[in-house]
Design a protein around this ligand. Structure first.
Ligand code: DLL
Length: 429
């Protein structure tokens, strides 16, 4: 679409979505009123700067459905992702939102070359996480035979790949390496699989990792990006030129701002990515601050797409970690520890990369009373209880190490809660 026409479309859509929020979401009505803003003041996409920002905390404060712009009877799907504390961030979709999701995820796969003659193997988790069902809806929208394999059980995944002959796979890049490793270790000929393309995302990864996946799995690898609050995967995707990510910006308007001032960065500079949902019905967030860092690429892409293109993500502005595709905020672990009791308010998260997978170890400091008054078997039980509580909060298996009182270094300024020993490229921040 010529850029001028795209701007007109975005303008029309922004007017509608601003009014939808003002009329239906008390949170936005209050924000508009505070700013002295009426929906009619939004006459085109250039007026987007008049709108308030939305933060993850706003979703938490309005948990679970307070930011929905439609009655629950119009919602047909719920997903959720990690919040900064115990509460999940809950997102909803109308029937039409699911159509949009199918469209943008279909585009994502189509940009890699997928057609209805392909067979899709979806190895993202099916559940509240948007990866599985997001990949699924895109694959089905194109018309591909779609295998909802979900995560885990690598042996079974490979058997399915050998027998059902999928031609493309969706999973986290780290899991793609696990698949490759399994094949190597078990002397399985790669060409007994029929994979042509792989669509990897949900966590940061490097070009070096991409080359490794491509050479070991004999496929073309594409980076895909998205977040639950906006729709899930399908927000941005790579094309066959493999030179940055294209934004589906007829549906999601992107701004790149200086996280401190909230103003646009200079053209081509890195900053925080902010999205406005232009067509969503159930949860049409305005100027949502993702905390993800990227920059716009102004040169046209060889593929001919005219929309906004951005560079591979360069990190985050906050303390969110991504461990094996699961978003983890240190504050969530803190909430679990404080709830359990008997523990000092000092802890540290150690993140390492073992082989191809991230491993999280939680160091927890005992209070002097617990330390002196407990038998080894009590401490072992405590260790298991902590690990189980964290697993049930995050859905992630972690190692827990109990340490003596006063072992965790006290800081004079900001506490060092996270020691990330991974290569910079694998870190989210
Ligand atoms: O991770 C949605 C998704 C599923 C994207 C499958 C791609 C593939 P959330 O769980 O809400 O949603 O996590 C969103 O993950 O803000 C980024 O920090 C990070 N992220 C997602 N894709 C990429 C990527 C899904 N390609 C958060 N590169 C986002 C770097 C990514 N980080």
């Amino acid at each position: 679409m010529p850029v001028g026409q795209l701007r007109e479309l975005q303008s029309e859509r922004l007017k509608v979505v601003a009014k939808r929020n003002y009329d239906n979401v008390l949170f936005y009505k209050k924000k508009f009123d505070e700013l002295g803003l009426k929906p009619e003041d939004i006459r085109g996409i250039e007026d987007i700067k008049k709108l308030p920002f939305t933060n993850k905390t706003d979703l938490r404060d309005n948990y679970p459905y307070g930011l929905f712009a439609v009655p629950m009877s119009d919602v047909v799907r719920i997903h959720a992702s990690s919040g900064t504390t115990g509460k999940q961030t809950v997102v909803g979709y109308t029937r039409n939102d699911l159509n949009v999701w199918g469209e943008v995820m279909g585009r994502t796969l189509g940009a890699g070359g997928v057609t209805k003659d392909d067979i899709g193997h979806i190895s993202y988790g099916y559940g509240l996480f948007t990866g599985g069902l997001g990949g699924h809806i895109g694959s089905e929208t194109i018309g591909c035979a779609t295998i909802p394999a979900s995560v885990g059980n690598t042996k079974r995944q490979i058997t399915i790949m050998q027998d059902f002959k999928p031609t493309f796979v969706l999973c986290t890049p780290s899991y793609a390496l696990t698949l490759a490793e399994y094949i190597e270790e078990n002397n399985i000929p790669v060409d007994s699989l029929s994979l042509k393309y792989g669509f990897f995302g949900a966590e940061p990864w490097t070009d070096a990792m991409k080359r490794e996946i491509e050479s070991k799995l004999h496929l073309k690898a594409f980076d895909i990006y998205g977040l639950s609050e906006i729709i899930g995967p399908g927000v941005a995707y790579e094309c066959e030129a493999h030179d940055g990510l294209h934004i589906a910006d007829d549906h999601f308007f992107i701004e790149i701002i200086d996280p401190d001032t909230g103003e646009d960065v200079e053209e081509g500079q890195y900053g925080e990515v902010v999205f406005t949902c232009l067509t969503k019905e159930a949860l049409p967030l305005l100027r949502y601050r993702t905390h993800d860092i990227s920059k716009k690429i102004s040169a046209p892409c060889h593929c001919g797409r005219t929309g906004t293109r951005i560079a591979k993500f360069a990190g985050r502005t906050d303390d969110m970690l991504i461990i094996r595709g699961v978003n983890v905020f240190p504050s969530q672990v803190e909430a679990v520890l404080l709830e359990l009791g008997g523990l000092a308010p000092y802890y540290q998260l150690i993140v390492e990369r073992e082989g191809n997978l991230d491993q999280l170890t939680v160091l927890v400091e005992l209070t002097p009373e617990t330390f002196h008054g407990s038998k080894i078997k009590d401490l072992q039980r405590l260790q298991r209880t902590i690990a189980d509580a964290i697993k049930s909060m995050l859905g992630l298996a972690v190692k827990v190490e109990l340490v003596d009182p006063k072992v965790i270094q006290r800081s004079e300024g900001k506490a060092v809660r996270v020691v990330d020993k991974r290569d910079k490229a694998f870190r989210a921040n």
